[in-house]
Design a protein around this ligand. Structure first.
Ligand SMILES: CC(C)(COP(=O)(O)OP(=O)(O)OC[C@H]1O[C@@H](n2cnc3c(N)ncnc32)[C@H](O)[C@@H]1OP(=O)(O)O)[C@@H](O)C(=O)NCCC(=O)NCCS
Length: 586
């Protein structure tokens, strides 16, 4: 039996074979592997050898969309399309901890979703953990010997002597095989038959579409931990750096890069690193666009909010209130003592090397600390995705609101958009003045800005108001939708074309959703609404004849005034606590 090697630049050697199973799912002993095997083709699913997956996921079925669901399906595609475009060619580092690796059924579903992400053009680096698998495999005598630390977690690291390291190597080899096999799934055969032709000749029929290539290799450089506080950590190590160019070149070739917790020292030894260390370091050094971490029970029990601005996450970690604090208090409103506490934990979350002993001291799940650390080191968003939530990864990536069970930690959210305050009046007046100079109208007198603050939204940076919007609640239209009119949206001339207009409009839309507004309208007396049309507003004809406007407003429209509108989809009640502004951009 001849098989071909498809590990790419894999350097695990024979240990990778440790993950082989026979068709009954029994782990194969080295001696059972035929001598003639040069290597293993992970894509081969013939009887006998190969990573056998126990049961089929419901996603395997050749699902068709029922007629009554057509419009939902089409609508979903349209809603998802901006996110598909926005995420294309973006680099995501996705961590799959050992807890997920144990649950093969969920792992399969998650990898199906990851395959879809790859198919939609995202460049993916997966980092697979094995802690729970190693725990289960380590012999009891080893871990129960009170005189030995062998195999135990001490602080953030596992003491890895020879016996432990053998288990670690075996489990990581198994993880690579298992994931590579599950990712080798091709599209459903009847679909290929319908749409593909053989490359040679004109014979129509089945042509195998090449599967995704999963590449593992010597991408992670590590150094030994050595002896710490009298404990020899053996082959335990920490990541010193990641070979970014090599990873990038694999991503450019359309491959998925698969890393494990194994790093390689400068003298060619395999070292047992923490998967959190590998994943966070990779995300940071690769300057990934996102860090996505699947999480389990520990994080679920924290009941994290759907969205945590980075500063708030650090504040809650520093004060030990993470998960018990439902109100997000802006960093600027925190007192000196609280800010001081954050500056004390800052060094634990950054620097060129992570010290996982310090992470342990924070007494929080490592997934959360890793998520915060990567954001603290320049990655704009971390998503902590509960692995038990079916489809959560896709909903998080391709819908505006995401899904409950996911916490997004973000460093890029524009926190400067907020309702106007009294101290903004002067700057708002200047902006509105220039707006009136364009020939536009306002629903209130300029001397009256102060008493109209509740209908004003501003975008502020370092104390300067760079943009503002005025809106009016018009009441309910003919189909009982609550209608809001945007009366003005203006960005200061010096700051145009920086996306500020987009951000403030996006914020208004999110805010209105939370206030159960069904329709946002524009009734301009002058100029064009092209900018808004590009952002989903539709022309509805003349305003004074249009029943979608509440009657009061219709009566006050000039005969020539045009009406534009944008429907606002109701928000899922489980996400209604999200503050507006959470998801501006991608
Ligand atoms: C319209 C306005 C709010 C846009 O704000 P902004 O922060 O510059 O906009 P963004 O950076 O989000 O978007 C810039 C894009 O909008 C386009 N754009 C700017 N003004 C536009 C207009 N009047 N019509 C169509 N497109 C316009 C830019 O060309 C740019 O396009 P690009 O992304 O393809 O390069 C701003 O130009 C403004 O304040 N104008 C004066 C007041 C006004 O006309 N308000 C709208 C009526 S209420």
């Amino acid at each position: 039996m001849a098989l071909t090697l498809s590990f790419g630049t894999c350097s695990y050697g024979p240990n990778a074979l440790a993950g082989l199973t026979d068709v009954a799912g029994r782990r194969l002993h080295k001696m059972q592997i035929p001598r003639k095997i040069h290597s293993i083709n992970l894509c081969t699913r013939k009887r006998g050898y190969g990573a056998v997956c126990e049961s089929a996921s419901p996603r395997d079925s050749l699902g068709t969309v029922e007629v009554e669901n057509y419009s939902t399906f089409v609508r979903f595609l349209h809603l998802a399309s901006p996110y598909v475009v926005g995420h294309r060619n973006k680099r995501f580092v996705i961590m799959i901890p050992g807890e997920v690796m144990v649950d093969k059924e969920r792992l399969r579903g998650i990898l199906d979703d990851i395959l879809l992400l790859h198919g939609l053009g995202c460049k993916l680096v997966l980092v697979a953990g094995s802690r729970e698998l190693v725990d289960a495999e380590l012999s009891q005598e080893l871990t129960e010997d009170p005189n030995s630390n062998e195999g135990r977690m001490v602080g953030g690291y596992r003491v890895s002597g020879t016996a432990t390291m053998n288990v670690v190597l075996g489990e990581n080899g198994a993880a690579v095989n298992q994931i590579s096999a599950m990712l080798s799934k091709g599209p459903p055969i009847p679909m290929m038959r319908r749409h593909e032709k053989r490359e040679t000749g004109n014979v129509e029929g089945f042509k195998s579409i090449s599967t995704v290539k999963v590449v593992s290799g010597n991408f992670v450089a590590a150094k030994r931990r050595g002896v710490v506080h009298g404990i020899d950590f053996g082959w335990s190590g920490s990541v010193s750096h990641v070979h970014v160019e090599a990873i990038q070149s694999q991503l450019n070739d359309g491959n998925i890069v698969l890393l494990t917790c194994l790093g390689i020292s400068s003298i060619g030894e395999l070292l047992n690193c923490s998967v959190y260390d590998v994943a966070a370091k990779t995300a940071i050094e690769l300057s990934a666009d996102k860090f996505i971490c699947f999480t389990g029970k520990e994080v679920r029990d924290l009941n994290l909010p759907h969205y945590l601005p980075l500063e708030e996450a650090k504040m809650q970690i520093a004060s030990g209130t993470l998960g018990s604090c439902s109100n997000i208090v802006p960093y600027s409103s925190r007192d000196e003592g609280e800010r001081e506490a954050v500056s004390r934990i800052e060094p634990l979350l950054g620097g060129s090397m992570f010290d996982l002993d310090h992470w342990s001291d924070l007494n929080m799940p490592f997934e959360v600390i890793a998520g915060i650390s990567v954001c603290n080191n320049g990655i704009s968003r971390s998503h902590l995705v509960d692995f038990q939530e079916e489809g959560a990864l896709l909903l998080e990536m391709y819908s505006r609101d995401g899904i409950s069970g996911v916490c997004m930690i973000a460093s890029d959210i524009y926190q400067g958009i907020r309702p106007a305050r009294i101290d903004d009046i002067n700057q708002i007046s200047q902006l509105l003045d220039s707006f009136l100079n364009y020939g536009y109208d306002l629903p209130f007198d300029m001397t009256d800005v102060g008493s109209n603050l509740d209908r004003l939204m501003v975008l502020e940076r370092d104390g300067d108001v760079l943009a503002c919007a005025v809106y009016s609640v018009l009441g309910h239209g003919f189909d009982d939708k609550l209608v809001v009119e945007i009366n003005a949206l203006i960005v200061s001339e010096a700051h145009r074309n920086n996306g500020f207009g987009d951000s403030i409009l996006d914020y208004i839309e999110q805010d209105m959703r939370r206030k159960n507004v069904g329709l946002i309208v524009l009734v301009p007396n002058t100029g064009s609404c092209d900018w808004f049309v590009d952002r989903g507003f539709e022309y509805q004809g003349l305003a004074n004849q249009n029943p979608i406007l509440p009657e009061e407003r219709r009566k006050n429209c000039e005969g020539f005034a045009k009406l534009y509108s944008k429907s606002i989809v109701a928000i899922d009640s489980s996400l209604a606590d999200l503050p507006a502004g959470r998801r501006i951009g991608f």
